[in-house]
Design a protein around this ligand. Structure first.
Ligand code: ZN
Length: 130
């Protein structure tokens, strides 16, 4: 087995993008968000009914801090109402954040990675600065 040398990657937070169909599953996405916002101190950055950036379909963005991962992600694993969810970190490489560093709950959605910078991208949690 070949092991890569581990290198430290600075991560400033996470996004959970909850994908939905505006005509069929928006209500489910709203329920998932309402529950997660009630349970945890996460930030809802809004529902995007139109494709935006690397995301080819509608999604709602939940922003949270690194130390919330262990609460938020296990909760979403069990309470996503069948919706597909991308969880990605916020490092200094937005392309890696959305590909090599990402995890998926449900089925992966093919992202438009060419729209992203090899640098910081995406909203950081409130109170966190790069
Ligand atoms: Zn994001």
């Amino acid at each position: 087995m070949i092991e890569k040398t581990t290198q430290s990657v600075a991560n400033l937070g996470y996004h959970a993008h909850i994908y939905y169909d505006p005509t069929k599953t928006r209500a489910a996405a709203e329920r998932v968000c309402a529950a997660i916002e009630q349970k945890f101190r996460v930030e809802n950055d809004g529902f995007r009914d139109e494709p935006r950036g690397p995301h080819p379909i509608s999604n709602v963005l939940i922003v949270f801090k690194p130390d919330q991962f262990e609460q938020v992600v296990p909760y979403l694993m069990l309470n996503r109402e069948g919706l597909d969810v991308l969880v990605h970190p916020l490092t200094t490489d937005a392309v890696e954040d959305h590909s090599g560093y990402a995890i998926w709950l449900g089925n992966p959605v093919e992202l438009k990675l060419h729209t992203l910078p090899h640098g910081r991208g995406g909203r950081l949690p409130s109170g966190v600065t790069a």
